[in-house]
Each structure stands twice: as C-alpha cells, then as structure tokens.
Design a protein around this ligand. Structure first.
Ligand SMILES: *[C@@H]1O[C@H](CO)[C@@H](O)[C@H](O)[C@H]1NC(C)=O
Ligand SMILES: *[C@@H]1O[C@H](CO)[C@@H](O)[C@H](O)[C@H]1NC(C)=O
Ligand SMILES: *[C@@H]1O[C@H](CO)[C@@H](O)[C@H](O)[C@H]1NC(C)=O
Ligand SMILES: *[C@@H]1O[C@H](CO)[C@@H](O)[C@H](O)[C@H]1NC(C)=O
Length: 417
C-alpha cells in the first residue's frame, strides 16, 4: 500500500501531463471542413402540400423529419429509388430567378458545425464514407470536433448565384459558414482558421472567400486547402446530364436519378468551363456535331434541357467563364493526377440515348487535369502564398483515404501553425 500511493500519484501526474498536452495543443489553428457533393446528410419532411407521384412515395407524409440522404439500405430496393429521386429534385423558377425544393418537401442539413454531419452519409452504413478516414486522421493529430475541428455541411443540390442574384439556400449557407469561421477562431484564442475542402466544397468555399471583405479574410482565414477542386468543371459533368449519376451507389441505376440530377443548381456548376477546357476542344461528339466547353448552351438544348440555358448563362458562366480570382489568403491546393479521367464522350450517332464510348485523359478519375490545375498560372505570382501539390496515381476519393495523400494534406493544414 505504501508503495502503491506514489505509483498512483505518478500515474495521475503522467495522465495530467498528457491531458494538458492535448488540451492546450499550443499553436493548433482550428480547421473548418467543407465536404464534397453528396457527402453529408440531408433530412426531409413531407407536408400536406406534397403530391407524390405514387401513393408509396407519400408514406412519410406528416410524420416529421427523416433522413433523405443517405439511407443506403432503402436505396438497395429499386422500388424506393423513384421516391428518393422525386424528393431530392429541385425546381428553378425563372420569374423568381432562384431554385427551391419540390412543393411539400422541406429539407434541412443536420449537425451544422460538426464533422458528424459527414463522417458517414448514412451512419447506419459505416463502410460507405468519403470523409471518415480523413476526420479520424485529424483527430489522431490532436484536433477535436467542436473545439478545434468543425464541419460545414450544406444542401449540395444548391449552390450560389453571382452577387446580386437571388440564391436563398446558398446565401444562408454562406452566412452560417461565416459565423462558424468566426466562432471557430473565437474558441481558439482568435487564431485564424484553416478551411480545408474536398471537390465541389472547394468551389463553394472559394466563392465564399472572395465575397468577404479582404480584411475579414486576413483576420479569420490562415490558409485555404482545397483538395481535388474542379475549378473548371468536369467533362463528366456533361456526361451525367445525359446518363445520370448514381451518387456512388453501385446498385442504383444512374438513369433513375437523371431527372433529379438535371434539376439541381449544383449540376450546372460541374459543366466544363471554356476558360479551362478551351472553346474549341470537342468534349462531346455526335455524328453531326462536336460540343466544346464553349457550346454548353447548344449541348443543353440538344439533350432536351433547354430550360437550363438561362440559369447556366446568367448564374454559372459569370462565375466560371473567366479566370478565378485568388482568394486573398494563403492557398495550398492538392490534386490527384495520373488516373484515367473521361475527357471526351463519343456517341456513335446523334442519339444521346445510345451508349457512348469514353476517351480517357489525365486527372483524378473525376476531375480532368486541366480543371484541377486551372488556377495554377493565375494564382502563382509574386507576393502571393500559393502552392499546388500534385499527388501521382491518386484518385478523387483516394485523396481522402490514402496515407501518401493524407500525409501531404495534414502537413499543409498544419502549415498555418
Ligand atoms: C431507411 O430505410 C429503411 C427502409 O425503407 C427504413 O426501414 C429505415 O427506417 C430507414 N432509416 C432511417 C434512419 O430513416
Ligand atoms: C458493409 O457493411 C454491411 C453491414 O453494415 C455489410 O453487410 C457489408 O458486407 C459491408 N460491405 C463491405 C464491403 O465491407
Ligand atoms: C469533331 O471533331 C473531330 C476532331 O476535332 C473532327 O475530326 C470531326 O470531323 C468533328 N466532327 C464534326 C461533326 O464536326
Ligand atoms: C497506381 O495505383 C493503383 C491502385 O492503388 C496500383 O494498383 C498501381 O500499382 C499504382 N501504379 C503506380 C505506377 O504507382
């Protein structure tokens, strides 16, 4: 007993020292994570105004909030997919010049502020995740959810419009993100935050940054770390408007989600920009016509999506048609290269319903190399802290999982310290 007390004391002391080291984490800048498209949860509730296309789709009417995205096992039943597609759809109102949900479908983004929002898009299916490995690695490095690490999930069906145009959902996200960044800094002795993003989240965070006063950015943002950001869109963005996108769920027929994909504002953000791809390079080829990034409006008409031409020209091209402005804070962008990426979609005839052949080029499997590096020249000039790390043989999603990539990303996040 006599010996046991000093031993216990010594153990307690060691524990206290260890705890102090974790809690103080001297110099740790808070990190705010903005995930990619279709990575975080989305809740919905169906009101009396909802007119389901079939009675089954209305089963949850009046029953309160449920997890619309993602319920992995529900979508394994093909019978549930049309209801999901219908409830995930949005509507563009040309008179209001804005997008909204389908009548009677209310949505909300749960867990704003926390990485819990996107560790697993379906918490009941933990082996389907884009972000969990990355978040765990940050935790191993000493970051703590709600203390030094924060999550900024959003309704990924929407985006924002150019300044001055209506964008109810996107504007609300930017207000919430601004508050989150200020709160994260305030909880950490006023240290500026690191904003780290994946894929589409990088485009949103970039738009967010350039809309804040420069003094605010310099005060609150220590570094911007966009991972796999498609600065100039994707050739796959054209392809999915023709053939659909199954959101990475191999058992879902992409065509079953075609209409909902076409209805979303964010789908137009993924279209290839003339600034990155050039206005002459054919990206989609049919027997009688080549479509380049400069022909996107004609392409939309040709695939029967003429109603998207207006919002594409007034709400998307003004943001991505030219060079993107440097965000005014230190930037490290991390991109995957050396993975076959759709670069040209070739239809055998003039029928977009036929199965095309796909010509692959360089990129991360999703983002074309020209898009990933589109900001390299314009953002690399004297007096600006900018670097681009190209990780060879690394795919779009592996960037958030692979040790070789995560080591680079964590190093760049900690560079602010
Ligand atoms: C997911 O869908 C299944 C099948 O429709 C349902 O039984 C379950 O309650 C749903 N899970 C959640 C969290 O809503
Ligand atoms: C993922 O988890 C589910 C159960 O949650 C299991 O049935 C399935 O086999 C797992 N898949 C893989 C690839 O591990
Ligand atoms: C499309 O472009 C290719 C390559 O630039 C060219 O060979 C072909 O003739 C073009 N097709 C049409 C229909 O203009
Ligand atoms: C590229 O990655 C794949 C999959 O991780 C691997 O099988 C392959 O050996 C790698 N190739 C090179 C050249 O590193």
């Amino acid at each position: 007993m006599v010996m046991a007390i000093p031993l216990l004391l010594a153990q307690l002391l060691l524990l206290a020292v260890a705890l102090a080291a974790v809690q103080a984490a001297p110099g740790l800048h808070p990190v705010v994570l903005v995930p990619g498209y279709a990575t975080n949860e989305l809740d919905a509730r169906l009101t009396e105004l909802y007119r389901p296309s079939s009675p089954g789709c209305g089963a949850r009417k009046g029953e309160g909030w449920f997890r619309l995205y993602l319920n992995y096992s529900a979508l394994q039943d093909p019978g549930n997919v049309p209801c999901f597609a219908e409830q995930m759809s949005s509507v563009y109102d040309p008179a209001a010049d804005d997008y909204s949900n389908v009548a009677g479908v209310e949505t909300r983004v749960p867990f704003f502020g926390s990485t819990q929002a996107f560790r697993y898009p379906d918490p009941d299916r933990k082996n389907f995740s884009y972000m969990s490995t990355f978040v765990e690695r940050l935790e191993k490095t000493g970051y703590r959810d709600g203390e030094t690490m924060f999550g900024a999930p959003y309704d990924f069906r929407y985006a924002v419009a150019p300044v001055g145009r209506p964008s109810r959902v996107g504007d609300a996200f930017f207000r919430a993100l601004k508050n989150l960044v200020e709160r994260a800094s305030g909880l950490n002795g006023g240290r500026p935050v690191v904003i780290a993003t994946h894929s589409f989240g990088g485009l949103l965070a970039h738009q967010f940054l350039i809309r804040q006063p420069l003094a605010w950015r310099r005060r609150f943002v220590g570094r911007f770390v966009p991972i796999a950001a498609p600065w100039g869109g994707l050739v796959r963005g054209m392809q999915t408007l023709v053939s659909g996108n199954n959101l990475g769920l191999p058992f879902v027929d992409p065509r079953a989600l075609l209409r909902q994909g076409r209805s979303q504002q964010s789908s137009l953000w993924r279209l290839p920009s003339p600034a990155a791809f050039g206005a002459a390079t054919p990206l989609v080829t049919t027997k009688s016509r080549n479509y380049s990034a400069g022909d996107v409006a004609d392409f939309l008409v040709a695939i029967g999506l003429g109603e998207a031409v207006g919002p594409y020209e007034s709400r998307v091209l003004p943001l991505f048609g030219g060079e993107l402005p440097h965000p005014g804070v230190p930037v490290t962008t991390v991109v995957g290269v050396g993975v076959g990426t759709p670069e040209r979609i070739v239809f055998p005839g003039d029928d977009f319903d036929a199965t095309p052949s796909v010509v692959a080029g360089d990129g991360d499997g999703v983002v074309n190399l020209v898009s990933a590096v589109a900001v390299e020249t314009s953002w690399s000039h004297r007096g600006v802290d900018f670097s681009m790390v190209k990780v060879s043989n690394m795919s779009h999603n592996a960037l958030l999982v692979d040790d070789r990539a995560l080591e680079i990303i964590i190093r760049e996040i900690q560079r602010a310290d």
